[in-house]
Structures are given as C-alpha cells and as structure tokens.
Design a protein. Structure first.
Lengths: 272, 480
C-alpha cells in the first residue's frame, strides 16, 4: 500500500537485554578501574595470620589462603583478562577485516590461499593453538595476545569476506564503479556500513571467548602463572577452601559469569 | 442469475477506510476485470470477496455466491466454499506449487481431499485434467522442471479440481513477457468458455484488453469508472482512466526522429554467453549522439549481458565495441531495473548525489537545477533510497547519471517495476534527455510497443532457442 518509511520497531525485550548487558559490562569495568581508588590495597601483599579470614573494611571480600585481599586480586584480574582480550580482538578484527575484504575483492589465488589457511586453522582446536603459542612465545600476556589473535581472526575474516563478496556483486557497487568511484569510496560507502554491525557483534562474542580461554587455561595451570591475579587461577587456588571461605571462591566465579553474560547479551541483542 | 454478487464491500484498517464501498456482479461466461495501479486496493477487494484478508484488516458488506449469502465481516463462513465454489489462481504460480511433490500428485491431492474422491479415481481424473491442458506426460515432473507457462496450467488444474465455477486470478501475468501474457489470457478465457465466472485483477492494460468483458477501474480504494471493457478502453469518461489508458505504450505517440549527431559507439559482431551457453552472437550496431536504440527480446535472451559487454563490465566472447575517440572513462552509464538496489542504502540521497557531483567537478547548483527539470522535489534528497517511491527514485537515478554528463545510457528495463503513468513519465524524461543532453540511449524493454514508439532503431535478440512448450492456441483448441 503506502511506502513505509519508518524502521522496523525493535522489540522491547531486545532493548532490555542490551540494557542489562551494557550495565553489567560497565559496572565490572567501573569496579576494575575505580575499586582501587575507593579501597586502596595491594593484590600481592600477604599476611598469613589473616588466611581465609572474612571480609573487613580494607578487604571487602575477605582473604585467600595466603592472606591476600581477594577484592584487590579480583579488580586486578578484571583489568588483566579484558585488556588482553580487547587487544587480541582489536588485532584479530583488523587482520580479519583487511584480509577478508582483500580476498573478496581480489578473488583468484589470493582468496583461495587465504581460505585454505583459515580452514586449516579452523581444524585445530582453539585452545590447543593458544597453548602452542604460549609454549613458544616468552611472556604469558604476549603469548595470549598472539595466540588468541590467531584463533579469533578467522571469524572476522569469514564474516568480512562473505559480506564483501555479496556487496561487491550488487548493482549499487557496479553503479558506483561506472560513475568513476575508486575502491576507497566503495569500501567506505558500500562495504563498511554492511560489515560494521556484524563486526561489532563478532567483537563482543570474541572478547567473551578470549576471556573464557584465559580463565580456562588459568584454571588448568597452563595460563597465567601465580602469583599473577587472574580469574581462572584465582578459582583453582581457592577451590580447596570452598568450605572455609565460600565468598572468596564465589567472587571470581560471579565476576567471570557476569562479565561473560554481559558481553553475550550485548552481542546477541544486536540486529544484524 | 449472477454467479457472484458482492454488494457494498468496504475494507478498513483500525477504523480508517482503505477501500470505499464497491459492488460487483460476476455473470457466467462474462469475465470481469478489476484494473488499478499498485495500492489502488484491487487485491484487497478480491481478498474481501474470498474472505482471505489479513487479520488486521476488517471487511464489511455482503457476498451472494449461488444460493449462499455471506457476510464479508465474518471470513470464517467462506472457508467451506474455497476450492468448491471459488478457485484462486495465485500470483506467480511456480512459487505456490509444492516444490517437493510431483505435478500429478498435487492435482490428485486436490481431487482427493477437496472432493473426497477415492485415490484411484482422483488419479485418473488428475491425469485427464493434465491431458486436457496439454500437459500429457508432464505429470511425473517436479515444479522446477516446468516452464512458467506449464506451471501456470498445473496451478489452474489444481485450483479447478474442486469443481469451482468461479476463478479469481490475481495479477496472473506478473513477471511475464508479452508473449507469455497472451498465453495466460487465452488460457483463462478457455477456462471461462467451459462455463463459469472469471475475475481478473490486474494493472496490465494489454491483459485487460484481451480478457474483455466488464471492467471496474479502481484508484486509491475508490471506483473511478465501470462498464464494458471495450467501451471503457475506447472512450474513458473519467480523467484518471483517460490518463491511465493514454499511458499504455500501445497508445503513445511515436517519437519524432532526431537528426543524429556524431558517432558514440560502434559494435561489430558481438557474441557473449553465460555459464557456457551462447546467448547471442553476431550482434552489430552503431549509435550516435541523441539516438535511441531499442533492445527487445524474451527474458533470458541476454539483453542485460549485451549491456554488460557495451559498458565494458563483461568481456565479449567475440567481436569488438569501439568507443568514439575522446570520450571519458565514465562516458557510458547504466540505468538499473530496480533503482533501490542501485543506490548505497545507508546514505541519504543528497550525500550520494553530492559525492557524484564532486567527483565529476560539477557545481552543486547543478543538482538543484536538474531537480525541477525531472519533476522532483528537493525535500526528497534528505531521505534514504528505500523511503522514496520507485518512480521518483528512478528519476533521481537519471539525475545522478546526468551529473556525469554521459555519452551513452544503457537503460535496463528502467520502467518494468513502475505503474503505467509513472512509466510514461520516466520514458518521456529519457527521450528528453537524449535530445537535450545529446546522449545516446540503449533502451531495453520486454514490451515491444514501448520500444517501437520510443526508439529510432531496434535490435531484437534471441528468437532461436525457445523452450519447448505447448503453445497457447493448441491448448485453447484442445479445450473446445
């Protein structure tokens, strides 16, 4: 009948999910960045007399088995994992975007070689790849960054390549080419607006995957080394004392869960 | 007695009327054509009569079908009559057949489930139906193995299996070229000749003319004019009908030929194919400034591929395209069939047009200068491509091309998705462009009438490899 000009209305539940996701992520971020200012303290300082003691003013979440403040170890851990994850996602996103658009635009052997490479990498389990890199690269944080980038860029590459291929075949791009516009204009006007929302979703999921991987490897003692405060490592260290200090164990578990849930809600509620 | 009598049918959405009261009668043996543009409410009228309106629309009025008297406000009452009294021939029937079921089973199913015949009898009846429609031996095929015309006949067989006397055809020629369109009209008339009623809903004047009978012209939910089709088409009494009929390419005045300028392009011995099959070969033509070359042919004959070759987007398998010396790289431009798909969809039109003007060193004032010439309002520019009507967007696409000052425009079915009145406007503007800008135009259309009245010369493609299909006259003959 009449041309509908307004965008399809977003369902309220979708908006609410995104709101919850944003709130969770922002709250944990605020805790990580500002927690140390509100309650000053040192994540490494031990006082064995206070081992597994309950919360007090200078250590709001109590003490671990070596008498270190769980609160300060937690905020430290909440800075470390997301930082590595974001760095890896940024690197992976940039690599995937550049190589994906290149493969779609050039075609031929460039595309074939890149597709074979990604398929080969995809056949390896992600965690195994990270472990191999960790064994080769000195420095655990650097190792995680390189390893996670290697795992994560494939997703970005595949998304970018598929979307670019479709966009490049559209009459709109053909028209722009006939009108004399170059590749930069076509990328800015046609390709980027199509890819950007997908990339953001993939980035949120990728960040969650990376945080999870770091925690998982920490939990099996193959990731970050003690005494570095890291979410998975904290969990496994406190696991034997679950009866004596349940709050100390639950803190990293709840923080990890909230962070992953927040990122997943943020990613899943996007309309793409 | 009339087969079907509908009185004071109205349709409203949330209390806003979108179809004003319409009354109609369908007599046995005399077709009724409902003619109107997109959005005129013609399909709503048919749906109200059948009781198939979408849930958020409310109908009122009465429908008398044989000895049943039904209330349009309560669509549930119509269900029992579907298939038995009223049969609907769907738009684009190849999409409404079950793709995973053999043709004969689909017709058998209708006999068995609607009429409650035993399986063996239903099967015999179904193959008799298919034979009658010239589909002997096609019963074991799947819908994707049928041509468009054959699928249409299968759909008719399935629709009529329940013994319905009234056939309602909603835009039966959507997406068909001229030859196929006549086949469909003949097929519908043949069904009518077996006794029964036929209601055809269309925007296609040629189909209306061929169907004949009575006609109702709808516009924006209101009846503009009604009467015998031949009389309405010959001497319309209302201004809108006159405009609509004048917009039919059959009734256009042939364009006066222009003195040709210097040559723009020479093509010699062109050949091209797609996916290993040769589409055309040995096509030669030349074009001069201000000249319009009409390109016609059935769908799939390589019209768009020829355009790709001329524009340098596709390599020719054979032959050469010679551009005149001194033309810029962007001298050859294309006007697309679907203008929405040809604009970047995330940007406002103003930004897109500004970019083009800047790229080609045109003053931004040229956009403002061209807008009124193309009958466009500057307010449109602040919108995105999907928020502008098809006719306006096609004119904006033409404006975008004029910013480049092209020497040749390849117009690929530029009006096939537009209403007749809008189609005439766009084609007139194209002719005007050829004259004022001294630009050569290759106009592709599946409508021979349109091309013959517009073009200075014609190029007809692909009459060789027609699909094997039973032709309409044979079917009609077999039915009598």
């Amino acid at each position: 009948m009449t041309a509908t000009t307004d965008l399809p209305l977003r369902r309220p539940s979708v908006l609410r999910a995104r709101g919850v996701g944003t709130t969770l992520v922002l709250a944990l971020l605020a805790l990580a960045l500002l927690g140390g200012l509100i309650v000053p303290g040192d994540p490494y300082a031990q006082s064995l007399t206070k081992a597994l003691a309950g919360p007090e003013a200078t250590a709001p979440l109590g003490y671990d088995h070596l008498g270190r403040s769980v609160f300060h170890r937690l905020i430290h851990a909440l800075r470390l994992s997301p930082l590595i994850a974001l760095a890896a996602v940024a690197m992976a996103g940039a690599t995937g975007l550049i190589l994906g658009t290149l493969a779609a635009a050039r075609g031929g052997w460039v595309e074939r070689a890149l597709v074979i490479l990604t398929d080969a990498l995809l056949a390896l389990p992600g965690l195994l790849l990270v472990l191999i890199v960790l064994a080769m690269v000195p420095g655990t944080a650097l190792g995680f960054w390189v390893g996670l980038t290697l795992v994560l860029w494939i997703e970005f590459f595949r998304l970018a390549r598929a979307a670019t291929r479709e966009t490049l075949a559209s009459p709109a791009v053909q028209a722009s080419q006939l009108l004399g516009f170059g590749p930069v204009y076509i990328f800015r006007t046609h390709i980027w607006p199509e890819i950007a929302p997908m990339m953001l979703t993939a980035a949120a999921f990728g960040t969650a995957t990376a945080i999870m991987s770091i925690a998982a490897l920490g939990f099996v003692h193959t990731g970050m080394r003690a005494p570095t405060p890291e979410l998975g490592l904290m969990m496994v260290e406190l696991l034997p004392y679950w009866r004596e200090a349940p709050l100390a164990l639950l803190s990293p578990v709840i923080a990890t869960f909230a962070l992953l849930l927040g990122l997943t809600l943020l990613a899943g509620s996007r309309e793409t | 007695m009339s087969l079907l009598k509908a009185s004071n049918i109205t349709v409203s959405q949330d209390g806003t009327p979108i179809l004003e009261p319409v009354s109609l009668r369908l007599e046995a043996g005399e077709p009724l054509v409902i003619l109107g543009e997109t959005g005129s409410g013609k399909s709503l009228l048919a749906q109200a009569i059948m009781g198939t309106l979408p849930r958020d629309l409310a109908a009122r009025g009465q429908v008398a079908l044989g000895d049943h008297l039904l209330d349009a406000a309560r669509p549930v009452g119509f269900r029992a009559l579907w298939g038995r009294q009223i049969a609907v021939l769907p738009q684009e029937p190849w999409l409404s057949l079950d793709p995973l079921m053999r043709v004969q089973s689909q017709v058998t199913e209708a006999h068995r489930l609607v009429n409650g015949k035993p399986v063996a009898e239903a099967r015999t009846q179904a193959s008799a139906d298919l034979d009658r429609l010239g589909l002997t031996g096609a019963g074991h095929r799947y819908p994707h193995e049928l041509s468009g015309g054959m699928a249409q006949r299968v759909a008719i067989a399935a629709a009529r299996a329940g013994g319905a006397r009234i056939v309602i055809a909603d835009e039966p020629t959507k997406g068909l070229d001229a030859a196929r369109r006549d086949d469909v009209a003949d097929l519908l008339l043949a069904e009518l000749a077996r006794g029964g009623g036929l209601l055809v809903i269309t925007h296609d004047l040629a189909l209306a003319r061929r169907i004949g009978g009575q006609m109702i012209v709808l516009r924006k939910g209101q009846v503009v004019e009604e009467g015998p089709t031949a009389a309405v088409m010959a001497a319309p009494s209302q201004a809108y009908t006159r405009e609509l009929i004048a917009a039919d390419p059959e009734n256009w005045k042939p364009r006066t030929k222009q003195a040709a300028g210097s040559a723009v392009l020479t093509a010699t011995g062109l050949a091209a194919g797609r996916g290993g099959t040769r589409l055309f070969s040995d096509v030669s033509f030349d074009l001069s400034e201000g000249e319009i070359l009409g390109v016609t042919g059935p769908s799939g004959c390589g019209k768009s591929t020829l355009g790709g070759v001329v524009l340098g987007l596709i390599d020719a398998a054979d032959g050469v395209v010679n551009r005149a010396d001194g033309l810029k790289a962007t001298a050859f431009q294309k006007l697309y069939q679907d203008p929405v798909a040809a604009f970047p969809r995330h940007r406002t039109l103003a930004r897109t047009l500004d970019d083009v003007a800047r790229r080609h060193g045109q003053a931004l004032g040229r956009i403002e200068e061209l807008l009124p010439r193309l009958g466009l309002s500057p307010a449109l520019l602040s919108r995105r491509p999907d928020a502008v009507s098809g006719g306006e967007l096609q004119r904006l696409a033409l404006l975008r091309l004029l910013l480049v000052r092209p020497s040749l425009i390849f117009a690929d079915e530029p009006t096939s998705r537009l209403d007749p009145i809008t189609q005439k406007q766009v084609i007139d503007l194209l002719c005007e462009t050829a004259r004022s800008e001294g630009c050569a135009i290759m106009l592709v259309s599946h409508d021979p009438a349109l091309v013959s009245r517009t073009a200075d010369k014609m190029l007809s493609l692909g009459t060789t490899a027609a699909k094997v299909d039973v032709t309409a006259p044979r079917v009609v003959g077999a039915l009598r």
